[in-house]
Design a protein around this ligand. Structure first.
Ligand SMILES: *Cc1c(COP(=O)(O)O)cnc(C)c1O
Length: 405
């Protein structure tokens, strides 16, 4: 196997993880069955002991889910060698949502009395989980600026109860990036478990396992599904024993499992991941350049623009700038509301990673309940517009922005 030629990324997107099916269906069907049968008592014993492969109960997995899991594992490990020079093997566990995946991963790796170290600008749900829920379970978080590794090291040196480092890059609202190489190395040198939320970049643009991290999570709701048809999440790990042991245990007992229909939709979306990401990114680059030249736009936050503070880092660890950006209208809050109302093509919705361009004005929607002071401190200014650039012809996206601004 190891001297077989590595297939291309798109080939793995299309064919990876597919198993032939007993009725010769071309695509793996939606296995709408909550439980699985055994021919004999001996067979059920063998499957329960793990001596024979087989499915037992839907919360633990099914063939439609397995295909999506194996495809994502192959993509996230794509082209990476382990420390023995062999292709990296990953195990993926699909979940009901990105939040379910994050919860399983965290609770399987930290216990009461231990701490998590992480940075600002995490996904809102993750931030709340870490700040409001986990402390009640005895798990505290240290949330700090991760741009200066020396300060992170000071924090690690000062507190031996820190067990896990949690990273998300790039991240909302300003597409801030953190240094995967430096921070993973630092975390590992202090014996930490290092985890990365790779939702914004996808394995097509960024592969955190190249930097020896322990876990990667995704909200598959976004680019991996790509069509906005299902909520989902995935945890990937390279320590297969741990994945089969405590992580699987936590997944099964918390009950945040995926289901066959959502997994089917996810597999279908994954087939075009590479193609879609290329178009998402080339469109985003053009849109960012257009906005950067516009008189009514004060700032464009896009990692693919040389003016972005983390541009060099983004270019080191990502294939290109990605599909997400935000920009600030000079006219402030009223200009933001007016812009949303004038859009004709782009969709006014939260979320990201769908075929259509999604645009939102956080100050009047997601962050309306946050005090203005706090909101601005986290980078969400009055006139800030968030955009997930879609796959439409870029001229049409730009024309819509032009008339709406
Ligand atoms: C959406 C998102 C999540 C949460 O995923 P859900 O599928 O909505 O539960 C986590 N992290 C990032 C970066 C996200 O964009």
């Amino acid at each position: 196997m190891s001297n077989e030629k590595q297939q291309g990324f798109d080939t793995v997107c299309i064919r990876g993880g597919h198993q032939s099916e007993s009725n010769r269906a071309h695509l793996t069907p939606v296995y709408a069955s909550s439980t699985y049968t055994f021919d004999t008592a001996e067979q059920s014993i063998a499957v329960f002991k793990g001596d024979e492969k087989g499915y037992i109960y839907g919360r633990w997995g099914n063939p439609t889910i397995t295909e999506a899991e194996e495809k994502i594992a192959m993509l996230e490990a794509y082209g990476i060698k382990n420390s023995h020079g062999a292709p990296l093997q990953l195990k993926a566990i699909l979940h009901a949502s990105g939040m379910a995946a994050v919860t399983t991963m965290l609770l399987a790796n930290v216990r009461a009395g231990q701490k998590i170290i992480t940075h600002r600008s995490l996904y809102g749900g993750t931030h709340e989980l870490v700040e409001k829920i986990l402390p009640g379970l005895g798990i505290e978080a240290i949330i700090m600026d991760f741009h200066d590794p020396n300060r992170v090291e000071d924090a690690l040196r000062a507190d031996s109860s820190i067990a896990l480092m949690y990273l998300e890059t790039p991240a909302n609202p300003t597409l801030q990036c953190v240094d995967l190489d430096a921070l993973s190395a630092l975390g590992k040198s202090y014996g930490l478990t290092v985890c990365v939320d790779n939702t914004f970049a996808t394995p097509y643009l960024q592969q955190p396992f190249r930097y020896d991290v322990d876990y990667v999570m995704h909200s598959t709701t976004k680019f991996l599904n790509g069509h906005g048809t299902a909520i989902g999440g995935v945890v990937l790990g390279k320590d297969i024993e741990k994945m089969n042991g405590p992580v699987t245990k936590m997944h099964r007992l918390l009950g945040g499992n995926s289901n066959a229909f959502d997994a089917f939709l996810l597999t279908n979306g994954l087939r075009t991941l590479g193609l879609r990401m290329d178009r998402h990114c080339s469109n985003a680059q053009r849109v960012a350049e257009f906005l950067a030249r516009h008189n009514e736009v004060a700032v464009v936050n896009y990692a693919g623009l040389p003016t972005h503070p983390d541009h060099d880092l983004a270019m080191r660890q990502m294939k290109n700038g990605g599909a997400l950006m935000s920009f600030e209208l000079k006219g402030g809050f009223d200009a933001g509301v007016g812009f949303i109302n004038k859009m004709k093509l782009c969709t006014n919705a939260v979320s990201l990673g769908t075929c259509d361009t999604l645009v939102s004005h956080p100050a009047s929607t997601t962050h309306m309940g946050v005090s203005r002071e706090q909101r601005i401190a986290s980078g969400i200014t009055d006139g800030l517009i968030r955009m997930s650039v879609g796959l439409e012809n870029v001229e049409d996206i730009i024309a819509d922005l032009e008339q709406a601004i």
